[in-house]
Write a protein that binds this ligand. Structure first.
Ligand code: GLN
Ligand code: ZN
Length: 764
């Protein structure tokens, strides 16, 4: 008999109940008891949905973040909150977001206003965790209270509980040594607490513990590989069984290491590391369990169950009781339930599986393996029909798009001439001053914009009324920019709800769910659009809006588009062809838009690639391959224009030192990037790499309500001019201004324009 289990369940709730509960609590609109009760209710509901499994995860629920919870379990709180009053949950919120509930005024003087913890991406997902903090002095101290309470709850509900913890090496690896000390030096101290934790699990009757070590799918330094051996040998005298969980990739050179650790089972992500499953089956000791992640825990497509059974069945015969099956990773990365999607096109819906449907798939696989395929003949037939229909659907396959893709050649991604020649032609045409000023695209999303959009959605405003409201907003932002004296204007993006959804909605090959929310961090969720088919552009998407904006002014109006790589990286992407193919299809569609804008007289076009870096594979060895097709996609999109059309791109993440050569290779005439927060530190990259084209290092941190002063902006630009020749510098904010208010934006941009004038006069 195979054993079924799950690595983790989404905590946010099918209707984002946790999000709303948290936000009510933080605003002081609900009590602590209400929030705690909501947590218990969600856990109970989620366990009930996992009843059919042999083991359900416990401890995967978190009010804010599971890595933060682990820090509390290990007693590793950042120094700045150690003296805090209040209870643990409030302190957790303080670590995560700088403050807890608004109603908690009594601690405002002592516990309020602390710096929020650093947040970063959980491997290559869009989930963000709170980075653990260490120093050489860090001491650990077991706090079993959260896990003990949740185990009790689970036991009371008859859940076959398998607690889930972050393993010691992954925990250290995810954290940051604030004093640059060697994190591995903390391992002996940390292991003492992990050993105590396992004894506590044993004492409360736990049989299996899932210990997550996803860093085993990355390239580990020898010291870290050795530390694995040392650490897990330290677990030898334990009385609970350990399932070592890896996911998100292949183990490669770490496979032998993982198979040799003294644990009782190993979980492998068979979506990303199918080939390693058989290898692991041979390498693991004969007493070890092999858990196979056979269902994709990160995407929303139905699994081809028959094909999966074809390769699972021999493995089941070989391993017998030792085979476990599960989703490939925690289901945290997919929405909860497809059942609520009544508005979604029925055909597309029949191709999808969210968390609950994925658990059903695990069940069908297990039944087929345990009792024969006949026992689930109806389920398998229905699955085969859906898989076949999707494969054959004319909505997925568009021969015109496929033919266009086949015609892509090297020429498509090349401008007519090199940058220097283009720059001269652009200067003659645009006639811009030194240190030209511009913004990144969006202007404040005002109450009026939101109201018009929701009225339009509800049908309270007709199409013409909505268009008129958006035009009024565009006119307002053009007038403001003229008053401010900016050099290259933007239309302000009033008509866009979201920079990816806006384009997805106008492209063929995209679908949208209503409740397909996935947690991004804390209470923040995203609803990625679903890229299901060959991508094409039925008609121009932005030309009318940009053309209207240009008609209002004599200054150059910058056309604003989202690039193919960013659209891809912020979507759920079809799994029946390489991501690169979908990216090239997006590139061709957006290229047509670029050319249409140019034809309409738009001479400056910005193509945002905010998410380019997010697509980098976990293993550095694979970066080159990704960057090759990502950069080529951008080039295809951008580079069909004539020399005197100026292409801008924009990126807004911090570390780009390590991919700067690829960014230069995109060959945009101008790149605007986020830099103001780090005081231009980011420009260190330019000490070693001579960026050949123009660059606008952000001088206004748009994440903050603070207004940058003219002097500060001048200083920042002077720092930039030490690295980049002044004639290739632009002056602009870090990112779009849509989250700010006009009352903040106007003084900030006034200072920015004044700073540019100072710089010009100094240059003379
Ligand atoms: N053009 C977009 C804006 O200004 C860019 C947003 C982003 O980089 N995330 O809003
Ligand atoms: Zn940005």
């Amino acid at each position: 008999m195979v054993t079924t289990h799950n690595l983790g369940f989404p905590r946010i709730g099918a209707k984002r109940e946790l999000k709303f509960g948290l936000e009510r609590y933080w605003k002081g609109e609900s009590s602590r008891d209400e929030l705690t009760a909501l947590g218990a209710e969600l856990r109970a509901r989620h366990w009930a949905s996992q009843r059919a499994l042999d083991f359900a995860p416990v401890g995967d629920f978190a009010f804010y973040d599971h890595v933060l919870d682990m820090s509390f379990t290990l007693g590793n709180l950042p120094e700045r909150v150690q003296g805090f009053h209040g209870d643990k949950l409030d302190n957790a919120f303080r670590v995560a977001r700088g403050r807890s509930a608004a109603g908690e005024q009594d601690h405002a003087g002592c516990c309020g206003g602390v710096a929020a913890g650093e947040m970063t991406k959980w491997f290559d997902t869009n989930y963000h965790y709170i980075v653990p903090e260490f120093t050489a002095q860090t001491q650990f101290n077991l706090d079993f209270s959260r896990l003990s309470a949740q185990l009790k709850e689970a036991q009371a509900q008859g859940v076959k509980a398998k607690p889930v913890i972050v393993g010691p090496l992954t925990y250290l690896w995810l954290g940051k040594a604030k004093d640059d000390s060697d994190k591995l030096a903390l391992l002996p101290r940390l292991m003492a607490v992990y050993r105590a934790l396992l004894s506590h699990f044993n004492a409360v009757g736990v049989e299996w513990v899932q210990i997550d070590e996803p860093i085993l799918v990355t390239e580990l330094e020898p010291a870290w590989r050795e530390a694995f051996v040392r650490a897990y040998e330290g677990f030898e005298e334990r009385s609970v069984k350990l399932l070592l969980a890896t996911y998100f990739g292949e183990l490669k050179e770490n496979l032998d290491l993982a198979c040799g650790l003294p644990v009782d089972g190993l979980h492998i992500d068979a979506i990303n590391a199918r080939e390693e499953v058989a290898l692991a089956a041979q390498t693991l000791p004969p007493t070890s369990v092999l858990s196979v992640g056979a269902i994709n825990g990160r995407n929303i497509w139905k699994t081809d169950l028959n094909a999966t059974l074809d390769w699972l069945a021999p493995l089941a015969r070989e391993l017998g009781e030792r085979l476990w099956i599960a989703p490939s990773c925690s289901l945290l990365h997919v929405p909860v339930d497809l059942a609520g999607e009544i508005k979604l096109d029925a055909e597309i819906r029949s191709w999808l599986a969210f968390a609950l449907q994925k658990l059903d798939e695990v069940q069908v696989l297990a039944t087929a393996l345990n009792a024969g395929r006949d026992a689930v003949a109806a389920e398998l037939a229905a699955n085969a029909a859906a898989i076949g229909a999707r494969r054959r659907s004319p909505r997925v396959n568009n021969p015109v798009v496929q033919a266009a893709l086949a015609r892509i050649d090297a020429k498509l991604g090349h401008r007519q001439h090199a940058y220097a020649e283009r720059a001269a032609k652009q200067a003659a045409l645009l006639n811009l001053p030194a240190y030209p000023t511009t913004t990144i695209g969006s202007f404040p999303q005002t109450g009026e914009i939101r109201q018009a959009r929701s009225q339009y959605k509800r049908g309270a405003l007709d199409h013409a009324g909505y268009q008129a409201a958006m035009r009024a907003e565009i006119e307002r932002s053009v007038r403001e920019q003229e008053k401010l004296g900016l050099d290259v204007l933007v239309h302000g993006e009033a008509e866009r709800n979201d920079m990816v959804e806006y384009f997805g909605e106008q492209l063929d090959g995209y679908a949208f769910s209503e409740f397909g929310w996935v947690q991004s961090y804390g209470s923040r969720c995203v609803k990625p659009p679903i890229l299901f088919g060959d991508i094409s552009r039925p008609k121009a998407m932005t030309v009318e809006w940009i053309g209207y904006a240009q008609s209002l002014t004599n200054k150059p109006m910058k056309g604003m588009l989202t690039g193919p790589v960013t659209i891809l990286n912020w979507s759920f992407v079809r799994d029946d062809q390489p991501r690169s193919v979908s990216c090239y299809q997006l590139a061709l569609a957006i290229r047509d838009e670029v050319l249409d804008l140019e034809k309409a007289g738009v001479r400056v076009i910005q193509i945002d690639e905010a998410a380019l870096r997010e697509g980098l594979p976990l293993r550095r060895a694979q970066w080159g391959e990704y960057l090759r097709w990502a950069v080529e996609s951008f080039r295809i999109t951008a580079n069909g224009v004539s020399d005197d059309t100026q292409i801008h791109t924009h990126m807004c993440y911090s570390e780009f030192n390590d991919i700067i050569a690829s960014i230069a290779d995109m060959d945009a005439d101008v790149i605007t990037i986020e830099t103001s927060r780090s005081d231009m530190e980011l420009l260190d990259a330019f000490d070693h790499f001579k960026y050949p084209n123009e660059i606008g290092p952000g001088v206004y941190d748009i994440h903050s309500p603070n207004i940058p002063t003219q002097e500060h902006i001048v200083q920042l630009m002077q720092k930039a001019a030490e690295r980049i020749p002044a004639q290739r510098l632009w002056v602009n904010p870090d990112c779009g201004l849509k989250t700010r208010q006009w009352a903040e934006v106007i003084p900030a941009l006034t200072n920015m324009v004044a700073a540019a004038k100072t710089l010009r006069s100094q240059a003379r």
